[in-house]
Design a protein around this ligand. Structure first.
Ligand SMILES: [Mn+2]
Length: 477
C-alpha cells in the first residue's frame, strides 16, 4: 500500500499548491512547539502573518481540510479489526468572544447557554490488535446559533433524528464505513450519549458492530420487563476483580465485580415527531452488565455499574469481558481531548479572529495531538507495532540510518527495540530530542517526541535533497 509519508497531508486536497505547502508548514510548526497559539508556534513575523492568512483564506473549506486528514486514516491491509471510537467535546471561547464578536456565524452557545464556542465530534480509529491509533475517520464541527436557545424552545423531541444534533453519531459511523476498507471489521464505540435507537437500527451491518454504553432503561419487544431489570435478573456468569484508580469520584480499590449478559430485543420507541421512521420495530442485541458487589463499595460511593449494548455475539463470559475491554479503549479519545485543550496545545487559547479560522486550525490540531499521542503510546505500551502506521518506508529506512548516530557504545545505550517498529523509531526520536536513552531515565514525554519529530523532519528533508542531488549527478555522468 502506498503511504503518503509523514510530511504530506494536503497535497491534492486544497485549492492550490501554495496553500497546501503553507498548511503543511503550519501543521509541522504546531507539532514542533506543541501549541496552537500562533504567537507561540510561529517564530518569525512572516510565519505569523502567513498562519493568520492561511486560516483566514476563504479559498479552501473546512471540509477539504477534513478530507485531507481523514484520507490519512488508512489501515494496513492485514488489519482485521478496527475499534472506531466517537465522542463529542466542547471547544469553549467564552473568554475570547469580545474579540470574535457574537455576530460570528461559526460560534454560538455551548453546553452552558451563556458560554460561547462550538462542538467537535471526531471518530478515532484504533487497530484492535496493535492497540495503536491509525487516524481519524470522520470529524464533525458545528455550533448552535444564539437565537435558537435551548432544547425546550426548539421542541427537540419533535424533530426527526436527521435534524437533531444527535444525528452526528450515525453520520460519523456512516462516513467511517465509507472511508475504511471493506476488508476490515469495525466496532463502533460510543458512550451513553450514543444510546440512540436510530443508531442501533441503522449502523450495524455484516462488517460493522456496535458497542455502546447503555443509557436508557429501554422497553423490550414483546416483553413486560425492561432492559435493566431483565439484565439484573440474569444469573452471575462470572466474578472478577477490577483495580480502580483513584480519581475525583472514586477511591482506589480492588473492586469485586459480577458479570451478567443476555440477548435482548430492543423495542422501537414511540414516535413523537408525527412522521415515523422506517426503522424496524425492534433490534436484536446483546446486553452486558458489570456490577460491583456491595462489599467493596466505599461509603458515599455508588457501585461501579456498566451496562453495554453490542451486536457482537456473547456466547460466554470471555466474550463479554472482551467487549468491556474494547469499550475501555475509550480513554484514548478522552486523552486526545485533554491533549488538545490542557496538556500544552491550548486550542481554547488560540487568538485567531474568526470562528471559521479557529475551526480550520482545530482540524490540524487534532491530527497533531493524535500523532504525538501515537508515538508516546507505542513507546510506552506496544513495542511490536509496525512503524508504517506513522512513517513511509523511506522515512523508516532513514530512521535506521539516524539510529547509528544516536546509539552509544555500551549495551545500555543501544536501541532496545526491533527495527521497523514504532517503538524503535520513537527511541530514535527521543534520542534526537536530547533524551539520554537509558532505560533508567524517565521516559520522554510529549514535548520530547514533538521536538524529536521536528529534528527528524529537518534531517529527512536534507537527506532527500542530498539524494536528489546525488541522482542528478549520476545522470550527468
Ligand atoms: Mn461523550
Amino acid at each position: 500500500m502506498k503511504h503518503r509519508g509523514y510530511n504530506n497531508y494536503f497535497k491534492g486536497f486544497l485549492s492550490d499548491f501554495r496553500i497546501e505547502k503553507r498548511a503543511e508548514k503550519v501543521l509541522k510548526d504546531m507539532q514542533k512547539i506543541g501549541n496552537t497559539v500562533v504567537n507561540k508556534y510561529c517564530s518569525t513575523f512572516r510565519d505569523k502573518k502567513a498562519a493568520y492568512e492561511l486560516f483566514r483564506n476563504p479559498s479552501f473549506t473546512e471540509m477539504e481540510l477534513i478530507d485531507a486528514i481523514t484520507a490519512k486514516c488508512k489501515p494496513d491491509q492485514r488489519t482485521g479489526h478496527l475499534l472506531c471510537i466517537q465522542d463529542t467535546t466542547e471547544i469553549n471561547y467564552t473568554k475570547h468572544i469580545g474579540r470574535i464578536g457574537k455576530e460570528d456565524a461559526d460560534i454560538g452557545p455551548v453546553t452552558k447557554d451563556d458560554n460561547a464556542g462550538y462542538f467537535c465530534h471526531p471518530m478515532l480509529v484504533i487497530d484492535a490488535r496493535q492497540r495503536l491509533p491509525i487516524g481519524l475517520s470522520s470529524i464533525q464541527l458545528w455550533n448552535r446559533s444564539w437565537d435558537k436557545k435551548n432544547r425546550h424552545e426548539r421542541e427537540y423531541q419533535k424533530l426527526n433524528i436527521e435534524d437533531k444534533e444527535s444525528y452526528r453519531w450515525i453520520k460519523s459511523a456512516q462516513q467511517s464505513q465509507e472511508l475504511l476498507p471493506q476488508s476490515s471489521q469495525l466496532t463502533i464505540i460510543g458512550d451513553r450519549e450514543a444510546d440512540i435507537y436510530e443508531e442501533l437500527a441503522r449502523v450495524p451491518n455484516e462488517r460493522t458492530h456496535l458497542l455502546i454504553r447503555s443509557s436508557v432503561n429501554r422497553k423490550l419487544y414483546g416483553q413486560d420487563i425492561k432492559l435493566f431489570d431483565l439484565l439484573a435478573s440474569q444469573p452471575i456468569e462470572q466474578e472478577y476483580e477490577l483495580p480502580i484508580q483513584h480519581n475525583k469520584k472514586r477511591k482506589k480499590r480492588l473492586a469485586k465485580m459480577s458479570l451478567k449478559y443476555a440477548k435482548v430485543k430492543i423495542a422501537k420507541p414511540k414516535d413523537k415527531t408525527g412522521k415515523p421512521s422506517d426503522d424496524p420495530k425492534w433490534v436484536e442485541m446483546w446486553a452486558i452488565e458489570a456490577r460491583e458487589f456491595p462489599e467493596t463499595v466505599p461509603e458515599k460511593e455508588d457501585p461501579i455499574l456498566w451496562r453495554l449494548l453490542t451486536t457482537h455475539q456473547i456466547s460466554n463470559s470471555h466474550d463479554a469481558l472482551q467487549c468491556i475491554e474494547w469499550y475501555s479503549t475509550r480513554w484514548v479519545i478522552e486523552e486526545l481531548f485533554r491533549v488538545l485543550k490542557s496538556k500544552g496545545m491550548q486550542v481554547e487559547s488560540s487568538q485567531l479572529e474568526t470562528g471559521s479560522a479557529l475551526k480550520k486550525q482545530l482540524i490540524l490540531a487534532l491530527q497533531v495531538a493524535l500523532t504525538t499521542m501515537t508515538l508516546k503510546m507505542a513507546y510506552d505500551k506496544n513495542h511490536v507495532a509496525k512503524a508504517n502506521i506513522l512513517f513511509s518506508l523511506p522515512e523508516i529506512e532513514f530512521i535506521q540510518v539516524l539510529n547509528k548516530t544516536v546509539e552509544g557504545d555500551t549495551q545500555k545505550q543501544k536501541n532496545p527495540f526491533d527495527i521497523g517498529t514504532i517503538a524503535y523509531c520513537s527511541w530514535v526520536l527521543g534520542r534526537l530530542s536530547g533524551w539520554s536513552g537509558y532505560a533508567s531515565q524517565p521516559r520522554p514525554g510529549y514535548i520530547s517526541f514533538k521536538r524529536g519529530l521536528d529534528i527528524f523532519k529537518i534531517k529527512y528533508e536534507g537527506y532527500l535533497l542530498a539524494m536528489s542531488q546525488l541522482n542528478n549527478n549520476k545522470l550527468k555522468e
